[in-house]
Design a protein around this ligand. Structure first.
Ligand code: AMP
Ligand code: MG
Length: 406
């Protein structure tokens, strides 16, 4: 939770934890795992014990992946996707648990988060079989193909049975858990650490762009709490010191953190960015003027990592003011925090969350650093659904277009 106020934070130095997001394929989820800090009862765990814990987590993530990876031959998800209407598919405990949770998240997000979009993701060229080609410029698919894929993208067509099997109402519906899998894996990794070392674990673990900051920050500058760095999705056109760092969320403890961004898989065509997050309502890549969303969920919530993952993806598929209202209601109900960066290069902070701009953060941790802000803080009351792209955003789009030979 983001408890520390800015004045208090100014009294201490920060230890920075970089939440890196990389665009690895589904097949590489476990490779993106890291355990970068591990304390038990306030004492640092030995290198050997940490390595053993990491190895146990890697095995667990492998097992989860073998059940839920859509591109894994014989995975539960692959078998569900290939099944006929009404055919009962027996699935493993992770697949069943994640689908059960997805039912709740589908409803809670007003269907903005939908794990039944595989057909659309494939149509737009974002499924793993397009690995290496995600950034290739391409025309939009014909409307009739989009409409046909939308008709086969309803998560209500996926039925979970009490005997642990899964069936579909329509044979052609296919699921894709890419929007929640990394968060689910981060929860599983955190749970393994808690079981192995007990309740007094303080740890930082990440599954790509999904992290769990367990307990409290230990080691140097512990009084600042954990810091999560929000990657700058426009770093390729913002030269200068620390260009890859966009914003900083400080004072965190015992939270799951997830970031979604339009850069993870995307291309530019005809002056527009097309990203891998598909709006289930339109069947097209989300186009609400949002470029990055970070969500923090307190670990007092069940499945905090999976929730953070789904919530950060869902916000892309809502008009901006709806997304901000959605996060505000979750802040009230579940104590979440959210930082939404928009194409006018503004950012909005929702909930009890201390998000610092680059100059504020530098003043706190390294006053001699010369650094400029990239994004400007905006007030939620001033947010409008029609986001007017900043001139630097247009420069970014031109840069990506030229780089990809468009
Ligand atoms: P994330 O990086 O967590 O925001 O998840 C994005 C991934 O989730 C995409 O690459 C797709 O695999 C999948 N996805 C795309 N659109 C949606 C959506 N509206 N709801 C749920 N998952 C989605
Ligand atoms: Mg997600």
């Amino acid at each position: 939770m983001c408890r520390m106020n800015r004045a208090a934070a100014c009294l201490v130095l920060a230890a920075v934890f970089f939440l890196t997001a990389c665009a690895a394929s589904q097949a590489e989820y476990y490779v993106g795992f890291s355990l970068s800090s591990l304390y038990v009862g306030g004492e640092a765990v030995s290198v050997r014990e940490r390595a053993a814990a990491s190895s146990a987590i890697a095995d667990l993530l492998h097992e989860i992946e073998s059940q839920i990876g859509a591109d894994r031959e014989d995975s539960d998800v692959a078998r569900i996707n290939a099944a006929d209407a009404g055919e009962r598919i027996a699935v493993g405990e992770h697949t069943y648990a994640i689908l059960t949770l997805c039912k709740e998240l589908f409803e809670e997000t007003g269907e903005a988060f939908s794990p039944a979009l595989y057909n659309l993701s494939e149509l737009w060229g974002f499924t793993p079989d397009f690995e290496g080609q995600y950034s290739v410029p391409r025309a939009e698919p014909p409307e009739n193909q989009i409409a046909a894929a939308v008709a086969l993208s309803d998560f209500d067509d996926i039925i979970l049975h009490e005997d642990g099997t899964v069936s579909k109402r329509q044979a052609g519906v296919r699921i894709d858990l890419g929007g929640v899998a990394k968060g689910y894996m981060s929860d599983a990794a955190a749970q393994l650490l808690a079981e192995r070392f007990g309740d007094s674990v303080d740890a930082i673990l990440s599954v790509m762009s999904n992290s769990v900051l367990m307990g409290h920050k230990r080691g140097s500058n512990a009084s600042l709490g954990y810091t999560a760095t929000i990657e700058n999705p426009r770093a390729v056109v913002t030269a200068g010191s620390g260009a890859s760092q966009g914003l900083f969320v400080i004072g965190l403890s015992d939270v799951a953190v997830s970031t979604s961004a339009d850069t993870y898989r995307s291309y530019v065509y005809d002056g527009r960015i097309y990203s891998h997050i598909i709006d289930p309502a339109t069947g097209k890549p989300s186009a609400n003027g949002v470029i990055s969303i970070m969500v923090t969920v307190p670990r007092t919530a069940s499945n905090a990592g999976a929730r953070a993952d789904a919530y950060s993806t869902a916000g892309f598929c809502m008009p901006l003011t709806d997304a901000l209202a959605f996060y505000a209601s979750l802040a009230e109900e579940r104590g979440i925090g959210a930082v939404v960066i928009t194409a006018d290069w503004s950012y909005y902070v929702v909930g009890d969350c201390t998000a610092l701009n680059r100059t504020e953060y530098a003043a706190l941790v390294s006053p001699d650093t010369v650094i400029e802000d990239i994004f400007e803080r905006a007030e939620i009351a001033d947010a409008r659904d029609e986001v007017v792209a900043d001139a630097r955003e247009e420069e970014y789009i031109r840069f990506v277009a030229e780089r990809s030979g468009e």
